[in-house]
Design a protein around this ligand. Structure first.
Ligand code: DHB
Ligand code: MG
Length: 219
């Protein structure tokens, strides 16, 4: 399909199924105004995460990579009153925007932002109540570390989602020199081989372009 055609389809699906939400749209606007990269998930993907949390009956969600909290808001809104999202962000300026966006969306009380790099923060969560859903959306080079922690901090039945596993087709290039793609390839190979997971992945084509999402169950 031409970019014009699949963007039209994404707009159609978004208008038909996702609709508009002032707090989510304000979160993206403030993130953009702050000069942050426009790499939050597409609206159809945000709603996918939201529905997945509800389908899984998730009460505790772990997110690695907050950015401006767009996906965080989607997932927080899927949780029961006693639910919680713990989200990890390495960049303090991003965390400040995220906090304001979460509070404006009315989910601030159920979201804790932990500041630091995932590989440093995740070990501090050992012993915490297990997570029911883990969304991995940070530096792709560390994806295998994040998957390992997802299994350790989850339980049988935990749902794990890894964003950006397609990378415009580059994921299928065994000779790639891109460190982010190599990190993604290692993560997918881990999902295929590690007995703690059962997994698949889908290519996606939405307003963020041609990419993909992996979904795994901790067994
Ligand atoms: C990038 C990161 C993301 O998580 C994403 O969804 C899109 C792009 C990036 O680093 O380029
Ligand atoms: Mg992403």
């Amino acid at each position: 399909p031409t970019p014009d055609a699949w963007r039209r389809v994404d707009t159609y699906l978004t208008e038909t199924l996702v609709g508009h939400d002032p707090a989510l749209e304000a979160a993206v606007a403030d993130q953009n105004a702050a000069g942050m990269p426009a790499i939050e998930v597409a609206p159809v993907n945000g709603k996918f995460l939201h529905l997945l949390a509800r389908i899984a009956g998730a009460r505790r969600v772990l997110e690695i990579g907050t950015l401006g909290a767009y996906s965080t808001i989607w997932m927080a809104r899927a949780l029961p009153d006693d639910g919680a999202v713990v989200t990890i962000e390495a960049e303090p300026a991003n965390a400040a925007i995220a906090r304001a966006n979460l509070d404006r969306a009315g989910v601030g009380e159920r979201v804790e932002i932990l500041l630091g790099r995932g590989a440093d923060v995740l070990p501090t969560l050992a012993g915490a109540e297990p997570f029911d859903l883990v969304f991995i959306d940070a530096d792709k080079e560390s994806n295998t570390i994040y998957l390992d922690w997802a299994a350790r901090l989850g339980h049988p039945g935990t749902v794990v989602v890894v964003d950006n596993v397609g990378r415009g087709g580059e994921v299928a290039n065994p000779a790639t020199e891109r460190s982010d793609v190599i990190g993604t390839q290692r993560a997918l190979e881990m999902l295929g081989r590690d007995p703690r997971f059962d997994a698949t992945a889908l290519q996606t084509l939405d307003l963020k372009g041609w990419d993909g999402v992996a979904i795994a169950l901790v067994v």
